[in-house]
Design a protein around this ligand. Structure first.
Ligand SMILES: [Zn+2]
Length: 408
């Protein structure tokens, strides 16, 4: 059975799999379950064995395996293809999010670009490989993980299939030799990207009636002083962290603020969330420490600021760790579309999690990051067909070789 990448993208977009991003999730469009079921059915029709891996209640990664010419435990190569199931929410969209529409060479809909187009290109390539397996085909694991957009928990569980056997020992008999993570890269190959560390910071005060401010202590005013130090860190402190030639340097941004219960009460608590991006060469733990040290050096106020432990730790993806994989995939892209660059990006992906679990990993997929998460999200149709062709050729032309150290 062959799968057309454009039609397949449209089918995937039509099945809502919205990540509630930590907010209240009432409504049929939330979570990945319906898409997981659809993928399970599709893999069954392709004749591929599958594994559903529970990550959280009602949220499961789904993996399918296309067995290679030589089994992995007898020296055959293993390639992991990854595309996340979830999308960001749909508020404010100016198009019908789940009614895919083809117009002007573009397929519109939530997830078309990030990252159901990538998933469809992978499905299409795998279906073609299954239909007529080339000689010396590696084993291909197609993994569709949950919860990429809010915490990376699906990919972390997935990596446990080979870092923490025997959970997945029967399905993945050893660590993969390479991973391609599907995200909108404009058909370039991302060989390095930043990681991130995020945490909450609090100021405390003393509640009281707003008619008598001197009797209380205003946690929001206190936070305003702390914010000035974080702003100063982005302006001058962050420069001490290493710069990466492809990804640039470290950054800090305060993304949310909450404080107070009513306008006539002096607030006794104010909270912010901080996002510190981590270039390759720095660890998230060092980055967190770097900010706290700077803060401590520049803090002159007579009250304390509470820094919570990190809520999210995503390592950076270093091009030192993916060896020849990036170039050999870029060569396959160039053979199909006539051009390709190996690049670095400021955002984070599953590739960093797989790389940290010992797998050379790169990011590649149809569509442009500029259209991800947008009000009228779309992916170029031409990209979908080209990405499917690239993946098919990369696998069938021996793009992934077994690494001796990957074997048991
Ligand atoms: Zn994505």
């Amino acid at each position: 059975m062959l799968l057309d990448p454009v039609e397949t993208t449209a089918q995937l977009v039509a099945i809502p799999s919205v990540n509630p991003m930590g907010r209240d999730a009432a409504g049929p469009e939330f979570f990945e379950g319906r898409l997981t079921d659809h993928l399970e059915g599709l893999f069954a029709r392709l004749g591929l064995p599958t594994l559903r891996q529970p990550v959280a209640p009602g949220r499961e990664n789904i993996l399918a395996r296309l067995d290679g010419t030589i089994p992995p435990d007898r020296g055959g190569a293993v390639l992991l293809l990854d595309a996340h199931q979830d999308t960001v929410p749909v508020e404010g969209m100016t198009i019908e999010p789940f009614r895919p529409e083809v117009r002007d060479g573009r397929l519109h809909g939530r997830g078309a670009c990030d990252t159901k187009g990538s998933m469809a290109a992978m499905l299409s390539a795998v279906a073609r490989l299954a239909e007529s397996p080339p000689p010396d085909m590696p084993t291909v694991i197609l993994a569709c993980a949950v919860n990429e957009e809010f915490g990376f928990t699906g990919a972390a569980s997935l990596a446990g299939l080979w870092t923490d056997p025997p959970a997945g020992a029967r399905f993945i008999s050893r660590r993969p030799d390479a991973a391609i993570v599907g995200e909108p890269t404009g058909l370039d190959v991302v060989v390095a990207h930043k990681g991130a560390v995020r945490w909450t910071c609090r100021t405390h005060g003393k509640a009281g009636h707003s008619s008598n401010p001197d009797a209380g202590a205003n946690a929001i005013y206190r936070m305003a002083r702390a914010l000035a130090v974080f702003e100063r860190y982005q302006a001058e402190g962050v420069g001490h962290a290493p710069r990466h030639p492809l990804c640039g340097g470290a950054t800090l941004s305060v993304g949310t603020i909450r404080g107070g219960i009513s306008v006539n009460t002096i607030p006794d608590l104010c909270e912010i969330e901080i996002d510190r991006r981590v270039p390759p060469g720095e660890s998230p733990e060092d980055a967190y420490r770097h900010v706290l040290d700077f803060f401590a050096r520049h803090w002159r106020e007579p009250f304390d600021v509470e820094h919570m432990p990190p809520a999210l730790v995503l390592p950076p993806l270093s091009d030192d760790a993916n060896g020849p994989l990036g170039q050999s995939l870029a060569d396959a892209v160039e053979a199909v579309i006539g051009r390709c660059c190996t690049i670095g990006e400021p955002y984070g992906t599953h590739a960093a999690i797989y790389a940290a679990a010992g797998v050379p990993s790169v990011v590649f997929g149809p569509g442009y990051l500029e259209q991800a998460h947008t009000r009228d999200e779309w992916v170029p149709i031409e990209h979908l067909e080209q990405a499917a062709e690239v993946l098919y050729r990369f696998v069938s032309q021996g793009g992934v070789a077994p690494r001796g150290e990957g074997r048991p």
